[in-house]
Write a protein that binds this ligand. Structure first.
Ligand SMILES: [Zn+2]
Ligand SMILES: [Zn+2]
Length: 197
């Protein structure tokens, strides 16, 4: 049995409408190990890590349970160019299905089902599925996923972020330096060429 969390709801309490709050300590814990989170060098726990609120209708139908509603929140990661904090906002409509483990689609790393279409009967709109033990639904993996998926591959504080100087490391958004970029030896060779006119 998984450990008790505030994000579990007993099936016998369904249907119900619940609001779940995710505090900064938990956001920080969930995002630990993510390069753009660790790059911040934030304190642990980090009161600025982020937070979220899920507002969900929960209901069950025999072997399956469902959650539908909204998730809003924010989180702080490092800009991939200048390493300054970037606040990302989450505003998602959620529709997920909880189903017994044996009905879950194949591992994400594997192609889902067989080529001939055999495999889990999971419709396109039901691809967001989580395991379900038939007794309680655990929303923690769903909430955690909202934060993890919100982090882009290369977060930016602004499209125009100038980043750090590769020589001295100064933040080129707020300061300037007199470093001159080293000349690529291949370009240096070109410089010596005379272009025939
Ligand atoms: Zn930046
Ligand atoms: Zn510099």
């Amino acid at each position: 049995m998984a450990k008790e969390t505030p994000y579990q709801v007993l099936v016998r309490d369904l249907p119900t409408h619940r609001t779940f709050e995710v505090p900064p300590e938990l956001v920080g814990e969930w995002l630990k190990g993510l390069p753009m989170r660790d790059a911040l060098g934030a304190p642990d726990p980090d009161p600025q890590a982020g937070h979220g609120t899920a507002d969900l209708d929960l209901y069950a139908d025999g072997a399956h349970a469902f959650a539908a509603g909204t998730f809003r929140g924010e989180l702080t990661v490092a800009c991939s160019r200048c390493v300054n904090p970037v606040t990302l906002h989450i505003d998602e409509e959620l529709r997920v299905t909880f189903m017994p483990r044996h009905e879950l689609p194949e591992d994400d790393d594997e192609p889902a089902g067989d080529e001939d279409g055999e495999g889990a009967e999971v419709g396109e709109e039901d691809l967001d599925v989580f395991p379900f033990d038939g007794e309680r639904i655990d929303l923690e993996p769903l909430l955690r996923e909202q934060f993890v998926l919100a982090v882009p591959f290369a977060p930016l504080c602004a499209e125009t972020c100038k980043g750090l100087c590769p020589q001295c490391g100064i933040d080129q958004n707020t300061a300037s330096c007199s470093c001159t970029p080293p000349i690529d030896p291949r370009l240096a060779a070109l410089k010596g060429l005379k272009i025939p006119s």
